[in-house]
Ligand binder design. Structure first.
Ligand code: UTP
Length: 276
């Protein structure tokens, strides 16, 4: 039912300079795996194997990562190092990859609209790879796909955010529908502490119905002069239904230094320390 996942990866990653001066933020490794590979694996684990990337200048390394490297393959053939690259090979085998470029950085809403050419007229997921989500059991995207099967409307993943960070998030107000699921009644992009309608902030996982593209086309630039996906989703919520989902698992903001270091320590303990 949902086959496609869109990865907006055109941003400059200025919070991570100088590392992001000439390499994409999404290629930063958490232990030994780039963020974008964690994100692609989460999509595949949710059954989404048609992966679309909205890229920009300086992002070629992402395309190269999801391509075969025959010289390297030749070099490590027959050595134990093949095991290190096998999960990446399996991912490349399992998926179709397509790319388009966002010519100007006009916001996440604009990046998603740029991806229309890769998505067409079907529901799809959006993953922001700098939000690394680690869950026991179903991944966050799988949890959302299951919810979509039941409700068939756009869904945003949310988490409780401390007051002093709320101004960095899109924030939702909603009526509880069932455990951890809210029907959205209002949304504000990056509100002040006083304006925030709740403490539930949107993180980088979305499932969107394709009418979002028409809504985005009609949406005026919002906060910071950027086309905001939050503004388009608010319209969708007013005209139909959009859900907020308090996912199970942990999310690390790897676009910030603190979040990235926390993610590295967490993944090292969880996946690598004991040689797993
Ligand atoms: P962010 O604002 O967190 O990412 O956008 P950024 O701009 O890369 O990082 P900083 O703030 O300068 O450090 C959230 C996500 O949306 C994508 C980014 O790549 C990131 O994954 N994005 C944002 C686009 O693809 N295009 C845009 O115009 C804006």
């Amino acid at each position: 039912m949902i086959h496609k996942c869109l990865f907006p990866v055109a941003g400059y990653g200025t919070r991570f300079l100088p590392a992001t001066k000439s390499s994409p933020k999404e290629m930063l490794p958490v232990v030994n795996k780039p963020l974008i590979e964690y994100a692609a694996q989460e999509a595949v684990d949710a059954g989404l194997t048609r992966l679309g990337f909205v890229t920009g200048r300086g992002k070629r390394a992402i395309e190269d990562h999801f391509d075969m490297n025959y010289e390297l393959e030749d070099q490590i053939r027959g050595t134990g190092k093949e095991d290190l690259i096998q999960p990446t090979r399996d991912l490349i085998e399992a998926c179709e990859f397509s790319y388009t470029r966002q010519k100007e950085m006009k916001g996440l809403g604009h990046a998603i609209l740029t991806g229309e050419t890769l998505i067409g007229d079907e529901p799809f997921a959006v993953v922001l790879a700098d939000d690394l989500c680690i869950a026991d059991g179903d991944g966050v995207l799988m949890q959302m796909v299951k919810l979509f099967r039941q409700f068939r409307c756009s869904i945003v993943a949310v988490e409780e955010v401390p007051d002093d960070h709320i101004h960095q998030y899109g924030v939702v107000a909603g009526e509880p529908l069932k455990d951890g699921v809210y029907r959205i009644t209002d949304m504000i992009e990056k509100p002040s502490k006083e304006e925030a309608p709740s403490n539930l902030g949107i993180i980088g996982r979305y499932i969107l119905t394709p009418d979002i593209f028409d809504v985005l086309r009609e949406t005026e630039p919002g906060k910071n002069g950027e086309l905001q996906i939050t503004d388009a989703l608010k319209k969708q919520a007013q005209e139909g239904c959009v859900l907020a989902y308090r996912f199970k698992g942990r999310r690390f903001d790897c676009g910030s230094i603190d979040g990235f270091v926390d993610a590295t320590n967490h993944c090292y303990e969880k996946f690598y320390k004991n040689g797993l």
